[in-house]
Write a protein that binds this ligand. Structure first.
Ligand SMILES: [Zn+2]
Length: 97
């Protein structure tokens, strides 16, 4: 009997987030070209985060993005199962009680 083993990528792709002064909240950042310079902007209002709040720009992982209030397709807490490849606490969804 042959079983194909699903192994998740060693490194999950990260997301960029930062604090938007216009939206007054932490937001996902997108890349944009401004005057031939690659900058990071707010996905909601296009505020230039690289200029206005560069100190808040950081890499976050999928669970952190969900915590910020975004929805990521394929990442659901209901499907989080310690037997299903979600290593202890790695998903950040369940807290030990
Ligand atoms: Zn914004």
């Amino acid at each position: 009997m042959s079983a194909s083993i699903y192994s998740p990528p060693a490194e999950l792709p990260g997301f960029r987030a930062g604090h938007c002064p216009e939206c007054t909240q932490d937001v996902l950042a997108a890349r944009d070209l401004v005057e031939n310079e690659l900058v990071e902007i707010c996905v909601h209002c296009a505020c230039n985060l690289s200029r206005h709040s560069p100190e808040t720009l950081r890499w976050v992982e999928a669970p952190d993005v969900v915590e910020l209030g975004y929805f990521i397709d394929g990442l659901e807490s209901e499907s989080c199962d310690s037997n299903g490849g979600c290593r202890d606490g790695a998903c950040g969804v369940r807290q030990p009680t």
